[in-house]
Write a protein that binds this ligand. Structure first.
Ligand SMILES: Nc1ncnc2c1ncn2[C@@H]1O[C@H](COP(=O)(O)OP(=O)(O)OP(=O)(O)O)[C@@H](O)[C@H]1O
Ligand SMILES: [Mg+2]
Length: 253
């Protein structure tokens, strides 16, 4: 068993009559690549927003590495290693791939209070940036302007930007949105590889079921604010309720 990174207790969240989280209780364990799936409007993005502090919850508790972070603002959660990416692409299009990662690396160093002589600092930054670009398979594109990257590489760059904050838990909201199936498999294989290196645990929201079931260790199915199934891919794939509510169309077709 890995360390329990996140513990969610009796979490409730609603927008008026639309319930997006109903008495949710679950844990996220280090090293377990988890996918959150569910129909459109199930509450997946809202859950990530609540867990990362972008939206307030109605009731419940969120513990990160044993500490109650329920009331903490986002930046305080980021500082503790709880990070996220967004459903839409978020890179500086006019900056190079290197510069896009350099900015958060510099910010992280500043936060960590490192004091370097300028020359040493420059080297240390460059080394960290290149390390991240290698992990995200973008080292060859370091000098390329971000807007010139393929959509898939832009999403990988986003992952790189997020990794610069050295997260122990990273939520990715639809990292493959807008990609073709080949690109999807590709980016998720990279995520799987980065995840296997152990420093960062990933929780992803993904719509492509084939990819979800082939690459995840654990799948959580959210439907109208309820977790209707939670377990290994084979367990979830065979679950009657999941097939009915969510996979129904595919199974019928
Ligand atoms: N800021 C908001 N104000 C009011 N209602 C909201 C807000 N954000 C989301 N909702 C509603 O909450 C429900 C859940 O939305 P959410 O975006 O979390 O779903 P999702 O599972 O991420 O869906 P998708 O797969 O389409 O991204 C939806 O009915 C949505 O309309
Ligand atoms: Mg969403």
């Amino acid at each position: 068993m890995g360390e329990i990174l996140l513990k969610v207790k009796d979490l409730n969240k609603a927008f008026g009559k639309v319930v997006t989280a109903r008495d949710l209780n679950f844990e996220i364990e280090a090293g377990v690549l988890t996918s959150i799936i569910g129909p459109n409007g199930a509450g997946k993005s809202t859950l990530i927003n609540v867990l990362t502090g972008l939206l307030p919850l109605d009731s419940g508790h969120i513990l990160f590495k044993g500490e109650d972070i329920t009331g903490l603002p986002t930046y305080q959660r980021v500082r503790r290693g709880l990070c996220r990416s967004f459903q839409v692409v978020n890179v500086f299009p006019e900056l190079s791939v290197f510069e896009n990662v350099e900015i958060p690396v510099l910010a992280q160093m500043k936060k960590a209070g490192h004091i370097f002589r300028p020359v040493v600092k420059e080297k240390a930054v460059a080394q960290q940036v290149m390390e991240i670009l290698e992990r995200t398979n973008l080292a060859g594109e370091a000098a390329v302007i971000a807007s010139a990257l393929s959509h898939g590489d832009q999403r990988l760059l986003e992952v790189g930007i997020a990794l610069a904050a050295k997260p122990s838990l990273l939520f990715l909201d639809e990292p493959t949105a807008g990609m073709n199936p080949v690109e999807r498999v590709d980016i998720l294989k990279h995520i799987r590889r980065i995840s296997a290196s152990g420093e960062t645990t990933f929780v992803i929201v993904e719509h492509d079921m084939d990819i979800v079931f082939s690459l995840s260790d654990r799948v959580m199915v959210l439907n109208r604010g309820d977790i209707i199934c939670d377990g290994g891919p084979d367990h979830v794939k065979g679950d009657k309720q999941v097939r009915e509510c969510y996979l129904g169309e595919e199974v019928v077709a």
